[in-house]
Design a protein around this ligand. Structure first.
Ligand SMILES: *Cc1c(COP(=O)(O)O)cnc(C)c1O
Length: 340
């Protein structure tokens, strides 16, 4: 039996080397700013993206929520893709925490075009909320891991600047995008006011996300993190995993992308599959002809110890990651080919 879990790239276990790095980390009380491992992680990742400062937080939901809070005032409006994590998967947090409203363009595989932004900027009129912030996702989760290139981000940033809008990046999987497009974090970092990076997805850490921005923004972000209950004490245990992952787990993401493409090419041959989003990174999103077809396939895989994500009544998701190797890939391919 070969168990396979492709529900998300969050299911990974820390590697033995990562665990060693965690146990060896010097620790302190981070609420006093005295955990040198947390400080080292924050400095390291801020420098990678060319930002002034960074803040280590328990989750990507928290880094996103803090960013929205810092960059908006109550009654402002945020523009984001209609399936954006900040809108769809954060429990309505931005309305609760920041008291903002939203415009939700259709987008193209989870990405916003310039027009999606321009058409949704409200006129200066008391009837309308004040458009204040644009939030992008790179890679776009509900877009099947589609990416923005630095050139695309630059064009969006210019529109935001011309219209005095803030720009936030939900970069839960930004390293997948960078590896896929062979770009440097620096090329993207310069365009955003705030960037959220997840360490617990493709990078394989057990816990944690980092928010990046200017000194001023991160100073304010620290106050909000405390209010949300996100101030952690000897968090260096977790930050050490982050440092290890930044040094060792970035370039291997290309393997995850390769495996996701192979899965897509196998799935295409199944006749109950209606469409599959083009695979750019580590997410395979496939639509089935009916929900019965989907459930039958789902149970077949489950009976063979393969877990996948059900994302809609007629859509499933497979996400490749650090704990999905070639042996598991071969087994999955065999199961797909044997499916009748
Ligand atoms: C996973 C994810 C997050 C953050 O999720 P947490 O579980 O709160 O860390 C944010 N945005 C996207 C697009 C994600 O996929």
């Amino acid at each position: 039996m070969i168990p396979i879990d492709l529900r998300s790239d969050t299911v990974t276990q820390p590697t033995p080397e990562m665990r060693e790095a965690m146990f060896a980390a010097p620790l302190g009380d981070d609420v006093y700013g005295e955990d040198e491992t947390v400080n080292a992680l924050q400095t390291k990742i801020a420098e990678m993206f060319g930002k002034e400062a960074a803040l280590f937080c328990p989750s990507g939901t928290m880094t996103n929520q803090i960013a929205i809070k810092v960059l908006t005032q109550p009654l402002d409006e945020v523009i984001c893709y209609k399936g954006a994590h900040i809108y769809k998967y954060e429990g309505g947090g931005m309305f609760f925490n920041s008291q903002v409203s939203v415009k939700l363009p259709e987008g193209n595989r989870g990405r916003l075009a310039l027009d999606d932004i321009l058409k949704n900027i409200n006129l200066e009129d008391v009837h309308f909320p004040k458009t204040r912030l644009v939030a992008l996702e790179n890679t776009a989760n509900r877009g099947g891991g589609a990416t923005y290139t630095a050139a695309q981000v630059e064009a969006i940033a210019r529109v935001c600047q011309q219209n005095k809008l803030g720009l936030h990046l939900d970069g839960a999987r930004i390293f997948n995008a960078l590896v896929a497009n062979e770009e440097h974090p620096f090329e993207h970092g310069q365009y955003f006011d705030t960037i959220s990076v997840c360490l617990s997805k493709g990078l394989g850490c057990p816990v944690g996300s980092v928010l990046l921005g200017s000194q001023e923004i991160i100073q304010q972000a620290k106050r909000i993190r405390k209010v949300l209950g996100g101030g952690m004490r000897q968090a260096g245990f977790l930050a050490a995993a982050g440092i290890y992952a930044l040094d060792n787990h970035i370039y291997r993401l290309a393997e995850d992308h390769q495996r996701a493409k192979i899965i897509m090419e196998e799935l295409i041959h199944l006749n109950f599959i209606e469409s599959i989003m083009p695979v750019e990174t580590n997410i395979v999103l496939a639509n089935t002809r009916s929900s019965e077809d989907l459930l039958r396939f789902y149970h077949y895989l489950r009976d063979n110890h393969v877990k996948i994500g059900l994302t809609e009544a007629t859509q499933f998701r497979m996400v490749t990651h650090l704990d999905f190797d070639n042996r598991q890939l071969n087994r999955l391919v065999e199961l797909i080919r044997d499916y009748e």
